[in-house]
Design a protein around this ligand. Structure first.
Ligand code: FPP
Length: 276
């Protein structure tokens, strides 16, 4: 999709959804658990890896749409620490799809001003994958549009362990920061980025699967039965519209209720907002 093409075909269902999105209240960070590739393939009597292959098209559409819509941060869960339990051939295919994706998409990422950033224990992947990832990361380091984090060899629990190790190493080196929530956030792979406002999961499963455990404390969750290979921009628009309908209380109460109760309602009742 060239940056000059319309984000949605005029008169299409996607265009109608897009027109309803309030661009001033976009989620600052959208995180997606891409699930259902295997079932997509199974339903077509295809090998599981064909589901992953088809999933790459959904990745491409989602990343470009997010960038063109003006989202600032997008994190896709592509390979977990637990995914090593899968058959070797499936893991091998996933790694090759990843290398192929970064090689083929690099120009498009740059064209859309997208900064590509792997997160997780991705440096432990095969050296050929690490090299491909580093190349894309370095080539897009100066891009100032969407920050596209791809979670690879990722585990939310490992991320918290790694953050603690970093803080301990800093202490040992004499950099003794106060150990509070801000310090831990700054030691995570997503340091400097806002927590996801919106977490999307495809394929209807109601789990967080060890994804961004610290960061999703107050994320709004949107689950769609759509299998990942069928996920397209219209689904992203639907998720954002639903996010914009949610009332976010962050443990407080709604402003109207606070007024009735005569309490201070600072920070309460923020409807899905970019600066909440
Ligand atoms: C979950 O579906 C999906 C994955 C474990 C891998 C996600 C990978 C891709 C979308 C393709 C490669 C990505 C990039 C960025 C090039 P599943 O296999 O667990 O599905 P199932 O639950 O139906 O079996």
């Amino acid at each position: 999709m060239a940056p000059s093409e319309p984000l949605a075909e005029p008169g299409s269902a996607e265009a109608e959804l897009l027109a309803r999105i309030d661009r001033a209240r976009l989620p600052r960070h959208v995180a997606i658990i891409m699930d259902g590739n295997g079932r997509w393939a199974q339903a077509r009597r295809l090998p599981r890896v064909e589901g992953h292959r088809a999933g790459v098209t959904a990745v491409r559409d989602t990343v470009e749409t997010a960038a063109r819509l003006g989202l600032r941060h997008l994190t896709l869960y592509a390979f977990s620490v637990e995914n090593w339990k899968r058959p070797r051939a499936e893991v091998w295919t996933l790694m090759n799809l990843l290398k192929e994706y970064v090689r083929r998409e690099l120009e498009t990422l740059i064209e859309h001003d997208i900064r590509f950033d792997p997160i997780g224990r991705w440096r432990e992947l095969d050296p050929s994958v690490v090299t491909a990832l580093e190349r894309a990361r370095d080539a897009t380091a100066g891009c100032g549009g969407l920050r596209f984090n791809i979670a690879l060899n990722y585990s939310g629990r490992c991320e918290i362990v790694d953050a603690c190790r970093r803080i301990v190493a800093d202490w040992a080196a004499g950099r003794r920061v106060d150990i509070d929530e801000a310090a831990l956030s700054e030691a995570l792979y997503t340091a400097g980025q806002p927590d996801p406002d919106l977490l999307i999961r495809t394929s209807g499963e109601l789990r967080v699967s060890n994804f961004l455990l610290w960061q999703i404390a107050y994320s709004e969750i949107w689950v769609t039965p759509t299998l990942w290979p069928d996920f397209r921009r219209g689904h992203l628009f639907e998720a954002i519209l639903e996010f914009q309908r949610r009332v976010r209380r962050f443990g407080g109460i709604e402003p109207a209720e606070a007024e009735t109760a005569g309490t201070d309602h600072a920070g309460a009742g923020r409807r899905g907002v970019a600066d909440a």
